[in-house]
Design a protein around this ligand. Structure first.
Ligand code: C2E
Ligand code: MG
Ligand code: MG
Ligand code: MG
Length: 282
């Protein structure tokens, strides 16, 4: 009986595996069609100076305009994009839209996300510089967001790519900082303009994990200060978190407190009034 039960279980497992594999294949086919239709669009979320709420830039976030499901966030499909290698095509479609849009609308900088594998693809830097040039956008207005993993994959190569981009004015932000290996000694080897402190630490500032998160955020800010690197707190949702971060010396922030990612910012980026932050959060 134990054997029979074991077989049932393994059959059920096989079935689930098969169903999951089918789902992923469907998703991949769906993605290929979406690439044909150019069905991706950037949503923009403001990045603000914490002290006064002035908008200094926006992060462009990938959304899939799905025929049935509306604007899908990356959590629904990024993994399949990366595993199938489709991410590069999707990213280029998105970056094209971002730079085209920058030419028409935004003030301040726009940061785009780059998957580690895509970052290390041949010609990444050259191709990015080319689409900026073609769109006649000032390269100083574009930044890239990469993760620690992308740097450590092949450090000398990563440094070369970043230096090529920086020479033309495209700066780099280190995304989700603190969640990777955070081998602090490597940081000074790369031209990084700012660390984006992962939202898990900001969320941790409230509640039981307060003391631990506070210590970690302090350590990150001290490190950045020593290296002369800017800091951006991610996932700032409450006025309390904003005040804590400001008090600790974090200069910039991003999160629902200041604005959600939206399909487009009407007209020019708003010149936030000094009182904007506290007024909105009350
Ligand atoms: P990320 O780069 O760390 O982006 C921040 C994520 O946090 C975004 O999720 C954003 O919508 C969300 N967020 C912003 N403020 C708050 C907040 O106050 N609270 C909470 N709970 N969340 C907040 P999203 O748009 O779903 O993107 C998820 C991830 O997908 C991104 O994380 C990035 O790693 C990746 N991604 C996004 N766009 C692209 C892209 O164009 N290309 C590539 N390769 N990856 C992308
Ligand atoms: Mg990002
Ligand atoms: Mg992040
Ligand atoms: Mg993230």
């Amino acid at each position: 009986r134990a054997k029979a039960r074991g077989r049932d279980r393994s059959e059920r497992f096989d079935e689930e595996m098969r169903a999951e594999a089918m789902r992923l294949l469907d998703l991949e086919a769906d993605l290929r069609r979406a690439i044909q239709r150019d069905a991706f669009e950037p949503h923009f979320q403001p990045i603000v100076r914490l002290a006064d709420g002035v908008v200094v830039g926006h992060e462009a976030l990938l959304r899939w305009k799905h025929e049935l499901h509306g604007a899908l966030p990356p959590s629904e499909f990024l993994r399949v994009c990366e595993d199938s290698g489709l991410i590069e095509q999707v990213d280029w479609l998105l970056y094209q839209r971002v730079v085209a849009w920058m030419g028409r609308h935004l003030e301040g900088y726009v940061s785009i996300n780059v998957s580690p594998r895509h970052f290390h693809a041949d010609d990444f830097a050259e191709r990015l510089l080319r689409i900026i040039g073609d769109a006649r956008v000032d390269p100083h207005r574009l930044r890239i967001e990469i993760t620690e993993g992308a740097l450590l994959d092949d450090a000398p190569r990563a440094a070369r790519i970043l230096n090529t981009l920086r020479a033309e004015g495209v700066l780099a932000l280190l995304d989700d900082f603190g969640t990777g290996f955070s081998a602090l000694s490597y940081l000074h080897r790369f031209p990084i303009q700012a660390l984006k402190i992962d939202q898990s630490f900001i969320a941790g500032l409230s509640g039981e994990t307060h003391a631990e998160s506070l210590a970690l955020v302090r350590a990150i800010l001290a490190l950045a200060g020593t290296l002369g690197i800017d800091t951006i707190g991610e996932g700032v949702e409450t006025e309390h978190q904003r005040q804590l971060l400001t008090g600790l010396g974090c200069a910039y922030g991003q999160g629902y407190l200041f604005g959600r990612p939206v399909a487009q910012v009407e007209g020019r980026a708003p010149k936030a009034r000094p009182a904007a932050v506290s007024a909105r959060s009350r």
